[in-house]
Design a binder for this molecule. Sequence first.
Ligand SMILES: Cc1cc2nc3c(=O)[nH]c(=O)nc-3n(C[C@H](O)[C@H](O)[C@H](O)COP(=O)(O)OP(=O)(O)OC[C@H]3O[C@@H](n4cnc5c(N)ncnc54)[C@H](O)[C@@H]3O)c2cc1C
Length: 436
Amino acid sequence: MRHIAIVGSGPAGYYTAEAAVKKWGDDVRVDIFDRLPVPYGLIRTGVAPDHQSIKGVSRRYEKVALSDNVRFVGNVAVGSDVSVEELQDLYDAVVFATGAPNDRSLDLPGDHLANVFGSAAFVGWYNGHPQFAQLDPDLSGKHAVVIGMGNVALDVARILSKERCEFDGSDIVRHALEALCASNIHTITILGRRGPHQIMMTPKELGELMHLNKASPRVETVDLPPVDDDAILEPGLRKSVTLLRDFAAIPESIHGEKPITIDFDFFASPTALHGNDGKVREVEVERTRVEAGRAIGTGETYRIRADLVVSCIGYRSSPIEGVPFDERAGRFANDGGRILPGLYCVGWARRGPSGTIGTNRPDGYSVVDLVDEDLVGGSPKRGRSGFDELAAARQIDVVTFRDWQKIEEAEEAAAREGAPREKFTDVASMIAARGG
Ligand SMILES: Cc1cc2nc3c(=O)[nH]c(=O)nc-3n(C[C@H](O)[C@H](O)[C@H](O)COP(=O)(O)OP(=O)(O)OC[C@H]3O[C@@H](n4cnc5c(N)ncnc54)[C@H](O)[C@@H]3O)c2cc1C
């Protein structure tokens, strides 16, 4: 028998559990810990609420969760409720699938001003993450600046520009829906240090900007390289750049019909945030040019109005006591997923914040191969029975998968018409919903 503890119930955690069960069948017991009482990580709290088909991947994880040898151990934070050392005493392998939940800091003068948020916080707010549900961004100003040229920036810009009926069928949480519907924002500037050929935006997400009821995207033709230069791009990026060219060709009359503009400001590196009364009002930007793929400052600066700033410039993992951490890269120090024999990492905790949900799958499968290499001989460890004793002695209120199903039923029962669920946004309500 092998006893595996997986820390984190997002995609990387569940793919690892799936791989473990495929490899060892009845010879493995897997416990998947999560600090929240609800599973699935960023599938629940990151992926946009109006992208329900993507969230459907959780049905695959549910199958894994319901297999006999896997269990969900929710509401247990590893590093505080239970230490890594304790898990190592009980399990043959501890696999960190803790993601990268912290915003990379902007590190600019003025980044402390009110109404400046990182995307983990802002996305967590509209997706009902208990840590950020109380964020209460002020949307009464006219101008928003979104920093970054990836899909998260597109999610944020799109969510900021939708009207109520465009959220039909989504699971956006009620507090965010009401705030967004009362929003006054009418320009959203997406700022990127580099040019159209360096964006990290995928065609599907970019294309959605063409179909918004109230908003239209605007690209300046001068920012686009000669069309022949697109030939060297890989096909996905070429499609994205073609969409930017389509945006540049949108006639003024169409912009005039829609009250919100989503402006792409390329070759624009933010250098400072300015405010008054403690609140952000402007972003100072330096023009850049791109040389060998790098943004070089030109010395020319200008300011953009900004009543709200959301930076979407990447994430860092949280270190956990006793686990080697690569401070520079912002993730666990590892070699192909192995931190040390017996200690592993997968997903964003291993690679940093890149790729799609599916990119986490091979991580899970390859780490199970590493565990197999490292595990020699039978296991003397106690696994889940040992953890249950520890949890009882420490009075840890563990949330099981069955409990989660009750929470899910309550969220579904509370859904607005046409919505899949109304999420609980605080831990106490989640725990209460599982009943006695
Ligand atoms: C805003 C946003 C939108 C995205 N949209 C898409 C999309 O549309 N399509 C797509 O393919 N990909 C999308 N992604 C990427 C996708 O969400 C990630 O690839 C994936 O979630 C990473 O999986 P993970 O398991 O490594 O981390 P996560 O999903 O972050 O899961 C980590 C889990 O670990 C738990 N945890 C953390 N610390 C502890 C601890 N100490 N103890 C116990 N539990 C802990 C957390 O609660 C969480 O449940 C998006 C990402 C973001 C940020």
